[in-house]
Design a protein around this ligand. Sequence first.
Ligand SMILES: Cc1cc2nc3c(=O)[nH]c(=O)nc-3n(C[C@H](O)[C@H](O)[C@H](O)COP(=O)(O)OP(=O)(O)OC[C@H]3O[C@@H](n4cnc5c(N)ncnc54)[C@H](O)[C@@H]3O)c2cc1C
Length: 396
Amino acid sequence: MFELSTDHEDFRAVVREFAAAEVEPHVAAWDRAHHFPTDLVGRMGDLGLFGLVVPDEFGGSLEASDGGAFTSLCIAIEELGYVDQSIGITLSAGVGLGINPILTYGSPGQKARFLPDLVAGRALAGFGLTEPDAGSDAGASRTRATLADGQWTLDGAKAFITNSGTDITSVVTVTARTGETATGAPEISAIMIPTGTPGFTVEAPYDKLGWHISDTHGLTFAQCRVPETNLLGERGAGFKQFLKTLDDGRIAISALALGMTRRMLDEATAYAKTRTAFGKPIGVNQGVSFPIADLAVMVENSRLVTYRAAWLKDEQEAGRRSVAEVKKAAAIAKLYTTESAVTATRIATQVFGGNGFMEEYPIARFYRDAKILEIGEGTSEVQRMVIGRHLGLPQA
Ligand SMILES: Cc1cc2nc3c(=O)[nH]c(=O)nc-3n(C[C@H](O)[C@H](O)[C@H](O)COP(=O)(O)OP(=O)(O)OC[C@H]3O[C@@H](n4cnc5c(N)ncnc54)[C@H](O)[C@@H]3O)c2cc1C
């Protein structure tokens, strides 16, 4: 059921070649310099990577996908993530958090204004949900937006927003409290804030453990005014919209994690065959070969849960599967693949011994990049909460 089509495998080969030629030779230097490669984003756009799930009218290739568009996106993220996780997340967030909400909930005018540049890789968009005091509990958002005289006025702050401060970032969609519902709960809506809007400040980049090539900033809003028409989707539907957005994002993160685990398997296998100790390749020792065998199991399982979830998502788009099925599969995939990826980097580093601790080898970069996978787009604990809800377990 999850055998990828020949078209999918041909596409994989194209992205693999691109990543080997355009990314691999530069990543170590970019990582050291914390450099965001804007030019590369353009070339990823030329390759069509930002347009895989987008209709032709905005420059995408959805119609040519034969129903497997989301699976193609996951393949691209896996292949980029095999070479560098920051580049993989730039694509994953660019499509999943930047393009996807505008494509799904945008008005014809919003789509026409933003999508063509985003799809071409001439622009990037961010999605601002997390706040300094509202992450896992994203509904506790404190950013407020009030409507008067045809304009929204925003005050508040967002934390850790990917792709929000690059030279080509055109817009950030943020969630904000726009009132209260009839039951007294906060009414949360999504509002689009174009870059350069007065009162919208992109803070200095974070000093991060990993993902050095990826762009991440805090954002502040002080009497930031945008037209009423910048509301994305229905007023009060922001919470529902972002939960759906995150389901897709979680499958994409699984693909990123799969790329990492596959890379760890390949690196550790090659090293165990060539590195000698006590006069023999280290791989002759079961203490070395068994954990590498475990990596192979993790790759196989990660592949299955990721592409099953991606297939369900494509089937759901075609009306053959429910949103609930995708939500559960996405949480299971993200939980398993990301926890495996973190374990995989620990195993690979151990196989490499002292060399694994040196930035001269790619293992160290992957080790630093791994931990965020268990945190972003919903922590492991949040995934367990989602899975528990689907199992009908009692909720707090
Ligand atoms: C590099 C990076 C990029 C990011 N990009 C984006 C982005 O583009 N857009 C965006 O909106 N956000 C982004 N995030 C934010 C990310 O999604 C949040 O950091 C994440 O959801 C966790 O929220 P938090 O950091 O506030 O942790 P908290 O919610 O404070 O959680 C702290 C710990 O408590 C646990 N916890 C909390 N509640 C419970 C509970 N009820 N039961 C059990 N455990 C619980 C959590 O699992 C976690 O281990 C990014 C984060 C990083 C680091």
